[in-house]
Design a protein around this ligand. Structure first.
Ligand SMILES: CC(C)(COP(=O)(O)OP(=O)(O)OC[C@H]1O[C@@H](n2cnc3c(N)ncnc32)[C@H](O)[C@@H]1OP(=O)(O)O)[C@@H](O)C(=O)NCCC(=O)NCCS
Length: 115
């Protein structure tokens, strides 16, 4: 019997903000280690940016843990700026008390240009 095996190479979880009509939010992205640095996350982000623009949303936000240097490097490369925080670690702006009082996040923001 022939078995079909599907391997998920990557995913993006994003949604439209219900509170802010001009904003979309990327909650999480994950790319299989074997296919990283091949442009897959860029493609998924671009698709989400286009979906936002179709809904007249020109701001995309995301966040990551300060320890996740990989994610910080990726978001910078994707044109996100880091929001000013209320603290800093090694010169990196950090927002403390984000989800709960012990939570720290680096907050990203990108302004989309409608075509
Ligand atoms: C971060 C992650 C999503 C990047 O995925 P990827 O498919 O390798 O990224 P891409 O190949 O699409 O890269 C897009 C751009 O970012 C750059 N980039 C990717 N990883 C990078 C890193 N660690 N540091 C700096 N730049 C990086 C690429 O060089 C590329 O730039 P270019 O197109 O100008 O050459 C992937 O490494 C991952 O799944 N990490 C684990 C999960 C995670 O940390 N998710 C983010 C938390 S929200």
């Amino acid at each position: 019997m022939l078995k079909q095996v599907l391997i998920l190479c990557g995913f993006l979880v994003g949604f439209f903000s219900q509170k802010y009509p001009s904003e979309g939010y990327i909650h999480f992205v994950g790319i299989h280690p074997d296919v990283r640095k091949s442009g897959l996350a860029r493609t998924l982000y671009q698709k989400f940016f286009n979906t936002c623009l179709l809904d007249s949303r020109t701001i995309v936000k995301s966040c990551t843990a300060p320890i996740n240097k990989l994610s910080i490097g990726f978001h910078k490369q994707m044109g996100f700026s880091i929001e000013p925080g209320n603290s800093e670690i090694d010169g990196l702006p950090i927002t403390t008390g984000y989800l709960d009082k012990n939570d720290q996040k680096v907050l990203f923001k990108k302004i989309l240009t409608p075509r």
